[in-house]
Design a protein around this ligand. Sequence first.
Ligand code: SF4
Length: 315
Amino acid sequence: MTLHKNSSAATPQSSEHRAEDYYGSRKRLFIGLITGTSILLCTILLLFWIVPYIGLANIHPLLPYLSGAFLFGLIAVIAWASLGLVLHILKGRPVLGTQRMRGLTIKLFLPLMVLLARFLGISKERVRHSFIKVNNELVRSENDTFEPKQILILTPHCLQSSQCAIRLSYDVDHCKRCGKCPVSMLLRLRDHYGVQFAIATGGTIARRIVVQKRPRMIIAVACERDLTSGIQDTYPLPVYGVLNERPHGPCLDTVVTEETLEKALRMFLKNPPAPLALNVILDDRSGSKLSGQAEGISAPSGDNSSSRLSSEGEE
Ligand code: SF4
């Protein structure tokens, strides 16, 4: 039985928070660091005003008030931005007129938060983890959906089996789809949804691929470090980050589940077709995503179907 499309199903928020749950990563680390960073910034600005206060009065009696007004204005902006960002993260939607907070998070808060975290003895890894999660929520709360060709799935080459002799960096279609690594699954998703898919062998190649393919939205698979730098490099392009699993250690035969990627794709696609993975069908049903239209759908058979239908993954 054919599954009908449901346009209401395509909104990012209808997928709620099921597509990623980064191994217990907590938003509260991010919220704590944002709050700490903005308090620190405001205190430094206050000191900048108080210390030269006496000297400024000697030049002109109005100067302390003018510099005070400027610095207090700056403090008010920082306080508003950080409070807005925290509320945005907590509520999952923009508040206090802070519609586009991603830029502020990426450009201003993240570098300062990494410094503060280092001072507090918190690992970069944990901060990046938390940043990716918050970035994903901010991307999702922008509520944009895209045509298939506007979405690019970008993955690292370590997803390809280290035993495979085929070179895929220039053309992923050289893959024989033997099912021994996630590349065949990624090609299946690409073909089913009509999105773009590329494998990058490094940051420079990734940037070149983005320039060539001109996506309007990227679903990137990588480790914490590469996802964080990729999200920063490609701003303002929205990047939804999916962490790869590393059962053999970093950069070797890493994996990602079809279910995780399919859920991510469906969040951002306009009118997506029927899902391929059974768990996604069930999730869509429970989330009213397909509103009763999924009756009779069975997961397609084919290579690797058992792994596709398993409930493994990040949740
Ligand atoms: S699916 Fe098979 S042919 Fe394709 S990249 Fe992986 S190991 Fe190579």
